[in-house]
Write a protein that binds this ligand. Sequence first.
Ligand code: NAD
Length: 694
Amino acid sequence: MPDYVKVMRDGEVAIITLDNPPVNAMSHHLREPLFAALKQARDDDAVKAVVIACAGRTFVSGADITEFNTPKALAEPSLRDLCALLDAFPKPTVAAIHGTAFGGGLELALSCHYRVAVKSAQIGLPEVKLGLLPGAGGTARLPRLTGPVEALKIVSSGNPVAADKAAKLGIVDEVTDGDLAEAAIAFARGKIGTPLAPVSGRSDRIADVDMAAFDAASAEVARKARGLDAPVKCAEAVRNAITMDFDAALKRERELFIELVQGTQSKAQRHLFFAQREAAKVEGVGKEIEARPVKRVGVIGAGTMGGGIAMSFVNGGIPVTLLEMNREALDRGLATIAKNYEISVSRGSMTTEAKDQRLAAFKPTTDYADLAECDLIIEAVYEEMGVKKEVFGKLETVAKPGAILATNTSYLDVNEIAASTARPRDVVGLHFFSPANVMKLLEIVRGNRTAPDVLATALALARKIGKVPVVVGVCHGFVGNRMLSSRSAENEDLLMEGADPAQIDKVFTDFGWPMGPFAMGDLAGLDIGWRNRKALGKTAPIADALCEQGRFGQKTGKGFYIYEEGSRAPKTDPEVSKLIEETARAKGVNRRAISDEEITERTLYPLINEGARILEEGIAARASDIDIVWTNGYGFPIGKGGPMFYADTVGVKTIVERLDHWHGKTGKEVYKPAALLRKIAEADGSFSASKKTG
Ligand code: NAD
């Protein structure tokens, strides 16, 4: 059996080193020998102080997630047992932190009397990101070091804190530039014989609390949580650390943890955590496939998308050659990029030097020959097949052999674009989302001839620039936009049949979407969809009528709603209500009361249905990939886990019944249940259970 725990002595100091590669997770096979080693050190009179350190690249980085939902997670000694043992330790204990002390790792360190860290170390309690709270005393112990307001920030955001900041907050007692083990041993030795203040015994930082400040901070957490339970319970647990005695707060923390871990939201968030890892596994792109080196990226088109895509690469440390049709368009694009960075500087999230460095990483040009040095070239020009083919034709002559040629098209056939070149194996779709420098999702569109190492490169690059990649197949709109199209007509039909924009938008925001479709349309500009519909020969009677009146949304002060001067708050406009009624009358539609349930079913279930068709066709490899697309690119609430996970929570059988119902009533194709949905429903199954068989 490997030695997960080693004990060494340096004079009177015992050094307990944990070694559970790769990240020293708090697995049961680590907890058991650690518990024994601690007891031994406690009972050994020759030991006067203890250092807990880790081998490898990091301190304990958290719980062992593979133990989740298994008896091992609860097997004794639990992390709580370890923390309790440390809390009552009669000799000074020091956690020596390098890498990351996250979650259970930080809870272990917080149970020591002291913490010494290297400068590059980070601490944090990321449980909230899985819909949980720290369940081994983190919420009760941290406020005793930092005060409750700072603790609340750390617990409810889940964001990491660097060692220096942690020292300022009182979490870390010493930050060292030198050898960590030496520093920790010297620190421990210096504490031998001094009076001990175990973290749970300290109450100075929670005794005189500015309750009004804490209440305001908690209210802000609740507001930002937008329906997620975990951040709110995190705030409750931190409050308990101030208002209850230590043991009661600890007990209540456990109860809150159990409530969360058993709830649907945390299940959804954990599903998404694993789904993101799964999405990285792509058929035919094994570990043996090497990514091509990419040192410089070319971006063609400095419009809405090109500018954002270029910023994403520069932000990720890769210089960009940015090409436009003419100097004027180039200057416009560069000015927008500079403005975006200036906003970051004015918000304090970027220094002026960093901004200047980033701007220097753009090489603007109007000459295609300048793309010759690029290893990857992405076009983000107008959405027209003719224009795209012309650009790819030029690329073929200038791009170096082995350069990857990518398109950011939203809908067009990537195979057709690839076939127009002599190097279709080098062609791939890289579908970024707007604003591209902010949105995490990247649909990597695999053409039928895209080379495996092109996909491997795209996946590696996506991660390097902080995107969440999902490999999808070729079809109109790929995964996300194709599903979106399936429901877009339903919003307008519901208006005709009797709902109003505010009711529909409220159903969406109550569900957890950041915005409803009409408020969103007003924000994005209704003229975009109008132009698209005209080009495709499609109509949307109400939206078209609004646009004909020059109501393009927020930018004209009127759209589906009316906006007061300088305000972005949508207000119901009686004129729109009148227009909806008149349009319905002209079309011979008898308006009726529409229930919120009907709105949910008719806007969400077609989405799920289209998702099932996408799976049938193999456009997405797994249901969980679809969930990643929707939660990262379209604002689907993470607490609901994405459309396919949500379908499972409703029950696929129910979804099919309701689709049949609406199909019968409306005759619309979007409601006709996909064969895969029927198959799963007949087997009384679910998407998550059927993932292995596809
Ligand atoms: P845009 O009109 O804002 O920008 C297009 C830019 O390309 C313009 O600046 C134009 O001058 C330039 N351009 C056109 N032809 C060119 C050529 N031959 N050589 C060099 N530059 C040329 O458009 P956009 O919204 O950025 O969309 C670009 C692409 O991205 C489209 O394919 C679109 O479907 C796709 N896309 C858009 C979004 C979105 O939300 N806007 C999202 C995802 C993908």
